[in-house]
Ligand binder design. Structure first.
Ligand code: AMP
Length: 173
């Protein structure tokens, strides 16, 4: 399935969750087995080049792709979650969203020192979430092998917040 066909499975929803936000809804892609499989396969190929030793998936839609990719690539799946969700000892970081601000947590023992982490999420918007996750990974002694997204909202310039880290986005809007 080519990129145009994949992009046709992303629905644009105006004014969600707030007026002025054009929300990119991935649920049609998830509901299409050929599209979800093609997207996962293409992302896996793009990630593999960076020789990751673990995947770090961001709550919540990043978990969907993170889980599929971890199985496909045979890599450990580490979770970055919203506050109060992870049961064991955590470390946290504050970050800005396109709409609001929040905090992210990771288990203190999740990242092996020196491991090459590929950070996974569905959408790269302003880059605040991804930048915070990269900082969390580095604060635990991990390297950021790459950051991979199903889609990137180019006009928001999110990749500029990610410094020299490699960004792999399958689709651009
Ligand atoms: P950001 O920190 O601005 O890059 O926001 C990224 C996170 O917010 C991702 O986890 C996305 O799931 C979600 N997000 C932000 N903006 C949008 C949007 N316009 N459409 C869909 N998801 C979005």
């Amino acid at each position: 399935m080519n990129h145009e066909a994949l992009a046709a499975h992303i629905r644009a929803v105006p004014d969600f969750p707030r007026p002025g936000i054009l929300f990119r809804d991935i649920t049609p892609l998830l509901a299409s087995p050929p599209a979800f499989t093609a997207a996962t396969a293409a992302l896996a190929e793009r990630i593999l080049v960076h020789r990751p030793s673990a995947l770090v998936a961001i709550e919540s839609r990043g978990f969907l792709f993170g889980a599929a990719l971890a199985q496909r690539l045979g890599l450990p799946l580490l979770l970055v979650r919203k506050p109060g969700k992870l049961p064991s000892a955590t470390t946290a970081i504050e970050y800005q969203l396109e709409y609001g601000s929040d905090r992210l947590e990771i288990h203190v023992d999740a990242v092996q020192s020196g491991s090459r982490c590929a950070i996974i999420d569905d959408v790269l918007a302003t880059g605040g979430t991804a930048a915070a996750t990269a900082e969390l990974v580095r604060s635990r002694g991990g390297e950021v092998a790459c950051l991979a997204f199903l889609l990137e909202l180019d006009a928001l310039g999110g990749r500029n917040r990610l410094g020299a880290a490699t960004v792999e986005s399958l689709l651009h809007f």
